[in-house]
Design a protein around this ligand. Sequence first.
Ligand SMILES: C[S@@+](CC[C@H](N)C(=O)[O-])C[C@H]1O[C@@H](n2cnc3c(N)ncnc32)[C@H](O)[C@@H]1O
Length: 307
Amino acid sequence: MLNRLLQAFNRGGGNAPGAATIRDTANLEILLPWALAKAGEEIRFPVAYLEFLRTCLERKRFPITTVKKNRSGHDQDSARRFASLLGALSTLPAIEFAVAARLARVADTFHSNPGNFQSNSWFGDIRAHFEMTSSFGHKGRILTTIIRFMRCSRCLELGTAYGMSALFILEALAAQGLDTQLTTVEGSETLYEIASRLLDSRFQGRVSCEYGWTSHVLPRLAGNLIPVDFMFHDAGHSRQDYVGDFQAALPLLAPGAVVLIDDINWNDPRFASTNPQCREGWLAVASHARVMWAVEIGQEMGLVLLN
Ligand SMILES: C[S@@+](CC[C@H](N)C(=O)[O-])C[C@H]1O[C@@H](n2cnc3c(N)ncnc32)[C@H](O)[C@@H]1O
């Protein structure tokens, strides 16, 4: 594999279009076996471990599509930062290797967890549920890049699940070296217990795990939480959830805050018997008067900048 890549690279004289991609891929093929050897034999699912690392480090591009852009307010610092953020997101910076390796180990422990997990619509084990619901490198890089470029220090996440996206957020916040805080909300008691143990053990004092459905928790937080500069919505996936949670969170979102909404085109018949109308919900959020700028990142995510 490596030889083939290097031959292709040499044929292109090192400067041909695509040469940087070939070089990055060749570099990764050197790095990954070393990373696996370094991780040692306690990694129980080496293929999944490597795949996690790959998604954190490989070259990746996302098309960015503008859905709305107001003329006013574009001289503000937050809008300038947002413009730079969009440039960075389209080529998605890699995650620092030490962080990627730490989180890949966490994922390995969930991959090998045979515990029972069931919800209203799904029955299986933690391993399968973790793989289905959790964030890996690509989403982690989007979260990390938003926090880096917008210089976020206070974040709110709706939908903790096993805590993987929260770990990406907390690692990125810690790298800023500021006084930072993440509040994360989960409605499943089983998942809340698993995730709060994990997150508190690693980021005690910088994370607050809230148990309950967003419709109950957000109004309570509205009177108590210092407004946040970043919200990640990854809780209920439907028009109603996107619009209802956004409305309820508005008092918690500081001027210049950004909101990332996951799965804007989601419609999985295993979990929803009727079309949840996620796209309609996302477009309704984007049309809100406080939204200055709204873009789609690839097919899956919507990002807005608020005034
Ligand atoms: C896709 S998972 C979150 C994954 C996680 N953010 C990550 O990327 O690793 C969605 C989670 O939201 C929770 N959830 C769904 N609707 C909710 C609501 N209305 N309030 C709070 N939690 C909710 C589910 O229990 C589930 O754990």
